[in-house]
Write a new protein. Structure first.
Length: 295
């Protein structure tokens, strides 16, 4: 008989009945009626042209043909069950989508995701780099990382503070080798200043450094901090970015922090519809992130 014509339902019914030596127990295991199991066994006997059971009062006994077939079927079904269980345990078990501010994604999250994968190898994180607030509807990200200067909550969501942002001027060593290292905060007025979204941050930093400065009207504008960092690494000018997000680049010498005059400007928040209802992957990611950034 060709494989495509094998009576799989009948074989499954016979295997359960023969292994349990009871039609009623087989029906309960297969979640069907006793009559359905009996009908499937009779149809299989008709196909094979010989009896598989000797039917006695309230019991059944395997015939020699039935014993031969049962041994093959039980072994085959056991092996299939073991294989399916193994594949289920070793598959990539979860995909978690996180909506992230583009600058945070580029400067911190992507660089640290390898550590998360080491700790949680069964979770794949999809990074949706988008600054727009999401609705957390079906198909949306389960978690969001958001920046805000003033807000601590958003409608129909819960938010947890990750950390307060401290901005600091940084530049590439190559730029400083060409132009010289500024000795005083006021010296930065002579450099090309890089801006994120608008020119307010530099204005406020000069005020924090107690440097008088006319309104800043020059210098390239970039949509997010990740682009500012790339421009700095290319030696295009001096930027002002979050100390924590540039810490790795400063540590490995690709960027240099110029002055220890931090400007507190806003907060990063972890946002969810309801933290108590996160999926296990979402809860694992939230715990990992807050442990890394919440101190």
């Amino acid at each position: 008989m060709k494989r495509g014509r094998l009576p799989l339902t009948a074989l499954r019914s016979f295997e359960a009945a023969g292994r349990l030596e009871n039609i009623t127990k087989a029906a309960a295991e297969l979640y069907v009626s006793q009559a359905a199991v009996s009908r499937q066994v009779r149809e299989l006997e008709t196909i094979l042209g010989q009896k598989l059971f000797e039917r006695q009062h309230r019991r059944i006994r395997l015939t020699p043909a039935g014993s031969t077939l049962l041994g093959v079927l039980t072994d085959g079904f056991d092996r299939m069950e073991d294989c399916i269980k193994l594949l289920s345990e070793t598959r990539e078990t979860a995909v978690l989508t996180v909506s992230v501010e583009p600058g945070f994604a580029a400067m911190w999250l992507v660089q640290n995701l390898a550590d998360f994968r080491t700790e949680y190898p069964a979770i794949d994180v999809n990074v949706d780099a988008d600054g727009r607030l999401i609705e957390f509807r079906s198909g949306d990200a389960e978690l969001a990382i958001r920046f805000s200067c003033e807000r601590s909550k958003w409608p129909r969501t819960q938010a947890k503070r990750l950390y307060d942002i401290n901005l600091t001027p940084v530049a590439s060593p190559d730029l400083l080798a060409r132009t010289g290292v500024p000795k005083h905060p006021a010296d930065l007025r002579q450099y090309t200043l890089l801006h994120e979204e608008d020119r307010i941050l530099w204005q406020e930093w000069f005020a924090a450094a107690q440097v008088a400065h006319d309104p800043i009207q020059h210098g390239p504008l970039f949509a997010d901090g990740g682009l500012v960092m790339q421009a700095m690494l290319d030696g295009q000018g001096i930027g002002i970015l979050d100390k924590r997000l540039v810490a790795r680049e400063v540590a490995n010498g690709r960027l240099v922090q110029l002055f220890d005059v931090p400007l507190q400007f806003g907060t990063y928040w972890l946002v969810a519809r309801d933290f108590s209802k996160l999926s296990p992957p979402g809860a694992n990611f939230a715990d990992w992130l807050t442990a890394r950034l919440g101190s």
